[in-house]
Design a protein around this ligand. Structure first.
Ligand code: ZN
Length: 274
């Protein structure tokens, strides 16, 4: 298993994160970098979020470029209005294009999408929060969850595994998963309230979750998401991890913290090829 940042569009110099665990013949996927788009500062340049004040035409061009570089149709992808909740939506052909061009047309108040429809890309936006990707190679289904600290502490990743089981018959031991680039334990300082919530939600995992640096507590969202995937029954060898901090690597990825709160959004995308 490995994660690599590949140049997928050599004309515009667009980079995309790729997990070797996901078979290319079954699904296209990617975690977008920040270079190669047309947005101006503070969204420079491959901003894929329509809700952060950027020029919508620039975002539309960025979306076209990025999806095309993945071999996907930017008019067909489905994206939700992410609210740091735990609602998971199953989408199908009827939802094709929801949120692709107009933000208010996004799937409302939803932080994870799942589908078994081929060539229907799912797209979620991130700037430090943790993208969690799912591929069931047996029942042919995919999903993406948005694991900010609120979604992570509410176990949205684990709940997405359960929902894929309900909807598609997904067996956790057959499911392939990946934890994308996001703010790492190196940079993610938290206060006592967040720490208390994670201690309550993930008892007996203090050593994996928390580190101390100069009297401050740092949290590993990567570990909290890995723990809940294991709790859901996903096999350790089926959890690929980018282990890439968006704040440390904010020249490659948008980072809410490193960029001072005003920045663009990277996207996690996955689509069944057939
Ligand atoms: Zn870092």
């Amino acid at each position: 298993m490995s994660f690599s940042l590949l140049e997928i569009d050599k004309t515009h110099h667009i980079y995309s994160g790729h997990f070797s665990l996901f078979p290319e013949e079954l699904a296209a996927h990617g975690l977008s970098g920040r270079k190669g788009g047309v947005s101006k500062a503070p969204w420079a340049s491959l901003d894929l979020g329509l809700h952060v004040g950027d020029d919508p035409e620039a975002v539309a061009e960025n979306r076209r470029r990025y999806l095309a570089a993945l071999g996907l149709d930017a008019a067909r992808f489905v994206t939700p209005e992410q609210v740091h909740g735990e609602h998971i939506a199953r989408v199908g052909e009827a939802e094709a294009g929801r949120g692709a061009l107009v933000y208010k047309d996004s799937i409302p108040e939803t932080d994870a999408l799942i589908t078994n429809v081929p060539k229907l890309p799912l797209l979620l936006c991130f700037a430090d929060c943790t993208p969690i990707l799912f591929l069931d190679p047996v029942h042919r289904a995919v999903g993406i969850a948005h694991g900010g600290w609120k979604g992570t502490v509410r176990r949205i990743g684990q709940k997405t595994v359960a929902r894929m089981h309900e909807e598609f018959g997904t067996k956790p031991e057959e499911l392939l998963t990946a934890i994308g680039p996001s703010i790492g334990p190196c940079c993610y300082e938290i206060g006592p309230e967040v720490e208390a919530k994670f201690r309550e939600a993930f008892p007996h995992h203090e050593a994996e979750l928390f580190t101390n640096a100069e009297g401050k507590t740092h949290l590993s969202l990567w570990a909290a998401n890995r723990i809940q995937l294991l709790d859901a029954g996903v096999l350790p060898e089926h959890i690929d991890e980018a282990k890439t901090c968006t704040s440390c690597h904010h020249e490659d990825f948008f980072s809410y913290r490193a960029d001072g709160g005003r920045t663009g959004r990277m996207a996690a995308v996955i689509a069944l090829r057939r």
